[in-house]
Design a protein. Sequence first.
Length: 225
Amino acid sequence: MLVKDWMNKNVLSLSADDTVQHAIKLQKKNFASILLVYDNGKLVGVLAKSDLKKAVVPELIPMGKTEAFNMVADIKVKQVMSVHPLTVTPEHTMDEAAEIILKNQISGVPVADAGGNVLGIVSRSDLLEFLGVVTGGDKIGFQLNFSLLDKPMYISEIIDVIRDYDGRIWNMTCHYHGVKEGYRHVSLKIYNITSENMKKVVERVKEKTSNLYMIDYVEGKRGEA
């Protein structure tokens, strides 16, 4: 899952010497979460909605929107932008982009090639769209969550059980957070299977793990199985 396949190519930019007023108008007109800031053709910063809010709204000063807007008439973008912006390449994975965004608590990152040319941007909203697709958010079915011994054969056996009832696996994730040593947590998104056959799958999977949690997206139910 590479950044180049998910990035937003509609990049909005402005000059470092533009006013914050201009930036606010541009942001609102285009519903943009991030604006790129250039100086003499070089990317020098990014301007997020949070940067604009800090510039416009001194929270402890009571004033109307028009007054606040006029207050920043002479403030330049370069005075409030985030400098030295982090970037990713088109060949970075979306996982890597997400790690950079979350670790640095930023709204998104520009996507640049080896020559520094910006090709697009990956924002938090792009990450949410990516997450929805790869986790099968548009597939109606079931999700099984469980912990089991950290050995390949155990997962293979459970996958074989699902296949026995013509079920298909849209997504599988594994992690070690919050599980005891020697185990791993597994989450399987399953579709193309009837509710009746899913009950049979659950009974067989329960033989291999003692903490099975199921989400039934068909009937809107969830809980320990």
